[in-house]
Each structure stands twice: as structure tokens, then as C-alpha cells.
Design a protein. Structure first.
Length: 149
């Protein structure tokens, strides 16, 4: 199962490839066809990660992805390869493509729905603070310097 750092790396990668670009979205497998139709032709406004959850912002909708045990993203330079197998979501721009296979969650959310999910997930346990020492928000106490959060 991909850990949080992997999801944050994917968010940064998708930011580079997709943010500010209009995407063509499709669901060759068909399991996300309605969602893909709603974001098809939209511009990706932002990407974000919260723990093991990845988000893409499209105008007033969020694409929420949780890879679970078997999910994975692949990307490359355009043109995208022909879809094969269980391809849940294919996003293409003039320059790049991103494909998603096998996620536990792949859904569109509104702002209030995302807020509910983030509240359920709780705070990210370790975030950088203005000081060199990380803060562990779950306990409210700062982490010892020798113990990574």
C-alpha cells in the first residue's frame, strides 16, 4: 500500500503535469464514466494530498483518489498509449497523460463533502512548522528531535 509520502510525491508530480491545463478525461473501464464526463474539458486548478488521499481540484469539484492496496498511477509524454485492461481514469493534456488503475476510491466531491472527509480523517500528524522541530498535532506536543513523526 502506498504510504503518505508517495501520495504527496504524486500530488507534486500531478501539479507539474496537470495544473493550469485543460484535461480530456475518460474512464475506459467504465466504472468512473459519469465522473470523468463531469471533469472532461475542465482545467485542473490544484492538486493536494491529505495523508494517503490525493485530490485534484476542478472548478467547483474535487477528484478524490485513495489508492488502497492495488491502485497505481502512471504518466508519460503525449500521446497516451491505447487503453488496456482495467483503466479507471485517463487524463490527457496536449503534452502529458496520467492513468489510474485499481484504486480503492475514485470519486468526485464538492467542497462540503471534502470538508467532511478531511474532518473524518483528522489532522495530518506531522507537518513542518516555522521552527526546525516538527509538530505532532495528534497529541498537541512537539515530537522529540530524535523521533520522526
Amino acid at each position: 500500500m502506498p504510504e503518505g509520502h508517495t501520495i504527496h510525491r504524486l500530488a507534486r508530480r500531478h501539479r507539474t503535469l496537470l495544473v493550469g491545463r485543460r484535461v480530456a478525461a475518460s474512464s475506459p473501464q467504465g466504472r468512473f464514466a459519469e465522473g470523468a464526463a463531469l471533469i472532461d474539458g475542465q482545467v485542473v486548478d490544484a492538486t493536494d494530498a491529505w495523508g494517503k488521499h490525493l485530490f485534484h481540484r476542478y472548478d467547483d469539484l474535487w477528484l478524490h483518489v485513495h489508492l488502497g492496496l492495488f491502485g497505481k498511477f502512471r504518466d508519460g509524454d503525449a500521446p497516451a498509449p491505447d487503453p488496456r485492461g482495467a483503466l479507471r481514469l485517463l487524463l490527457t493534456t496536449d503534452d502529458h497523460w496520467v492513468e489510474l488503475r485499481g484504486p480503492t476510491a475514485c470519486e468526485l466531491m464538492t467542497d462540503p463533502e471534502r470538508d467532511v472527509l478531511l474532518a473524518r480523517l483528522g489532522p495530518i500528524l506531522c507537518v513542518a512548522t516555522p521552527t526546525p522541530e516538527p509538530s505532532c498535532h495528534a497529541s498537541g506536543a512537539a515530537a522529540p528531535r530524535s523521533a520522526p513523526c
